[in-house]
Write a protein that binds this ligand. Structure first.
Ligand code: HMG
Ligand code: MG
Length: 302
């Protein structure tokens, strides 16, 4: 029996991004039926929320061009299944598919706004504003990502004040939660602490923040631990460590859900996910993709 450190949260929410952030970056396009089985198996493994796909321009992310077909195949599931929408056109498509949870995705830097959204830093907010307004008016939940929160491959280190300013604009629009993205995996634990402190200093409660780590430099778990110490209770993770961003140089896989679950179990922190089912799912998905899972825990247990 593990005794939880009382300074750490009792329970966390794991926000699964594998079907979206994972599969958007695979060179092979996964058949819709396989994606649907992936999502169903993740839900069955106890993940409380599974981000399924994106209503972005299909030319930009052809891997997720089947978004509407996937949602039709999935039907109603027992847990929220959010989708990414960048603009009004994306929201229209998502609404036609019956979604109830959407996420917009901003960049903390000028260059990535251009590379990922064909926008300037300021114009991206003008693009999101009517999306957030309409979605919230219709009763949808809106999450907002901020990318390049720790470093940017073109601009280098990113100041915490810049990230907080971007986050504030999205919360002020009406987003319910901010996901703080380390898109290229350069964050370190001290930087994570400073960023959470800066948000707290700006009056943003830690409950409104989620952490989205990529593991490029092998720091994702250490960063998650630092975030737990700072009171963060929502963590994005990708089953099997799939993932990356096709428009960010050097973005590799997300923090693997299995690696996070293993650490949380060791800390006595509740999360509701069944590790053995999850490992079986990621091992199966790795077979579908024809490559080994990058997750250390999947390789150890699979
Ligand atoms: P654009 O080319 O400037 O679009 O792209 P536009 O508004 O000029 O429109 C051009 C055409 O695209 C029009 O069609 C529109 O209707 C159509 P036409 O009149 O020429 O026939 N169009 C669309 N079609 C379908 N769905 C749409 C849509 N929007 C316009 N939603 C745009 C601008 C934002 C669309 C483009 O840049 C885009 O799709 N970007 C998405 C890139 C992306 O998905 N990146 C990965 C996700 S972000 C990420 O992974 C980071 C994250 O994980 C966190 C982290 O790690 O940091 C979230
Ligand atoms: Mg990501």
């Amino acid at each position: 029996m593990v005794e939880r450190d009382p300074a750490l949260p009792e329970r966390v929410t794991i926000y699964e991004v594998g079907p979206r952030d994972g599969l958007q970056n695979e060179s092979t396009v996964v058949p819709t039926k396989v994606k649907a089985e992936f999502v169903r198996r993740l839900v069955a493994a106890g993940l409380p929320v599974v981000e399924t796909t994106s209503f972005v321009h299909p030319r930009w992310v052809p891997q997720l061009a089947d978004a509407a077909d996937l949602l039709a195949d999935l039907g109603e599931l027992a847990v929220p299944t959010p989708v990414l929408v960048p603009n009004e056109k994306g929201l229209e498509r998502a609404l036609a598919a019956g979604v109830k949870h959407v996420a917009v995705f901003a960049s903390a830097t000028e260059t990535f706004a251009e590379k990922n959204l064909a926008s300037t830093y300021d114009d991206q907010f003008a693009m999101f504003e009517p999306v957030v307004e309409k979605a919230t008016r219709l009763g949808l939940d809106v999450r907002a990502y901020v990318s390049m929160c720790f470093g940017d491959p073109w601009e280098g280190p990113v100041q915490v004040a810049r990230v907080v300013a971007a986050g504030r604009r999205l919360l002020d629009m009406g987003a319910s939660q901010l996901s703080i993205g380390d898109t290229i995996g350069v964050a370190t634990p001290g930087h994570v602490r400073s960023l959470v402190d800066a948000f707290s200093g700006a009056g943003v409660d830690v409950d409104r923040l989620a952490m989205h780590f990529h593991d490029t430099y092998g720091q994702a778990l250490a960063n998650a631990y630092a975030a737990l110490e700072s009171g963060i209770t929502t963590f994005d993770a990708s089953a099997g460590g799939l993932g990356g961003c096709p428009y960010a140089e050097s973005a590799t896989g997300n923090l693997a859900t299995e690696d996070l679950v293993w650490m949380l179990d060791g800390l006595g922190i509740e999360h509701g996910v069944r590790l053995d089912d999850l490992v079986r799912t990621s091992t199966w998905m790795a077979e579908q993709l024809g490559r080994e899972s990058p997750s250390a825990v999947v390789r150890a247990l699979g």
